[in-house]
Design a protein around this ligand. Structure first.
Ligand SMILES: O=C(O)CCC(=O)C(=O)O
Ligand SMILES: [Fe+2]
Length: 348
């Protein structure tokens, strides 16, 4: 057998979108343009009150707001006591960092994997009965399968996707609009109304202090979960998810959103983001739990990529603080121009 030389296999993967995008580069400035943008004039402008779920709060009421807007605010989701306990568990882990990418302003600091840093995050926040029920509706899966002559019904529970606390400091600029489900290559189609079964992740965001438009409250675009992949978000379509300490903002990962500029002199916008994803978005076999690092270190770069120890573009499977695990296993793969490697650097 003659084996052809290695080629760029990404050319082989199907793409439903690439042919519609034109990228122009002028010096350091890159501009992406969608060639035939979808015309969709829908722009909902609910107030924070419209987004807020009335008492008594139920999973039905939260889900109804999520279906319409893609976001919902729950007042007093966690008590001040529990919210403060979470903050005291997490806050010692903040480190001062520089960020060389466009995605986070320099003034934003973060603590990642907070489910491993606070049992209270796990037990009271992630496993809050309302969050569990809403997550099950949006990212749980229950199906019946034929095996021989039997029918097997299986429920795939939502699982933790990421959990991060972000502190936006004075002087921070707007984070670019994005959908968090791009990590799952979730290509959305225009929809008149919400259809269950296509959501790959859902967030419950907890306010650790009062969040305001001035100090960087999450700005999100209500209704953008119903937009086509090619509808471009505009700044005048946003609503700011302003909250008090202990309130939560539920958000579908298919919604456009971003952190906001912090125009205050001395306030910090401290908020946690806990995402759940579909339970089956993982490999069938868990090969990581017992395999020593020394074994992986002996493998080639290609074998490590194929085994799942390199990040999946864009930004899925990162380790610690947006590091590509490939570089952790094989530091010699650091080249200086990788999308992850020049992002956060701890400076003190
Ligand atoms: O800080 C925020 O409000 C949003 C952050 C965010 O969207 C992200 O990091 O993906
Ligand atoms: Fe985001």
């Amino acid at each position: 057998m003659t084996v052809p030389p290695p080629k760029d296999l990404s050319e082989t993967a199907p793409s439903s979108t690439l042919s519609n995008v034109e990228l122009s580069v002028d010096g350091a400035i890159k501009t992406a343009r969608i060639i035939n943008p979808i015309k969709d004039e829908r722009s909902l402008k609910p107030s924070v009150a419209d987004l807020t779920v009335s008492e008594p709060v139920t999973a039905d009421k939260i889900s109804e707001k999520l279906e319409i807007y893609g976001g919902a605010i729950v007042k007093n989701f966690l008590s001040h006591e529990i919210t403060d306990k979470i903050w005291s568990d997490i806050s010692p882990h903040f480190k001062k960092r520089t960020w060389n990418g466009d995605f986070f302003p320099q003034q934003t600091t973060r603590v990642t994997s907070i489910v491993t840093k606070s049992k209270t995050v796990c037990e009271e926040y992630m496993c809050h009965p309302l969050y569990m029920e809403v997550a099950a509706r949006f990212v749980g899966k229950k199906n019946t399968f034929i095996i021989g002559q039997d029918l097997t019904t299986a429920y795939s529970e939502p699982q933790h996707n990421s959990s991060t606390t972000l502190s936006i400091g004075p002087g921070a600029t707007n984070q670019p609009f994005h959908r968090d489900d791009i990590i799952h290559h979730n290509i959305r189609k225009y929809r008149e109304k919400y259809e269950y079964g296509y959501e790959t992740a859902i967030a419950c965001c907890l306010a650790h202090n009062k969040t305001t438009k001035a100090n960087g409250a999450t700005r999100f675009i209500p209704g953008s979960h119903l937009w086509d992949h090619q509808r471009i978000p505009q700044e005048d379509e946003v609503v700011y998810a302003e909250m008090e300490k202990g309130d939560a903002f539920f958000m579908l990962a298919s919604c456009f959103h971003g952190g906001s500029a912090n125009t205050t002199k001395d306030e910090y916008r401290n908020q946690s983001f806990l995402f759940m994803t579909q339970g089956h978005l993982r490999p069938e076999e868990n090969i990581f739990i017992e395999t020593p690092m020394e074994y992986f270190e002996t493998l080639s770069v290609q074998a490590l990529k194929s085994i799942g120890l390199a990040a999946s573009q864009p930004y899925c499977g990162w380790f610690r603080d947006l590091e590509d695990p490939l570089h952790v296993v094989k530091p010699e793969t650091l080249t200086g121009d990788d999308q992850f490697e020049n992002t956060f650097k701890i400076v003190e």
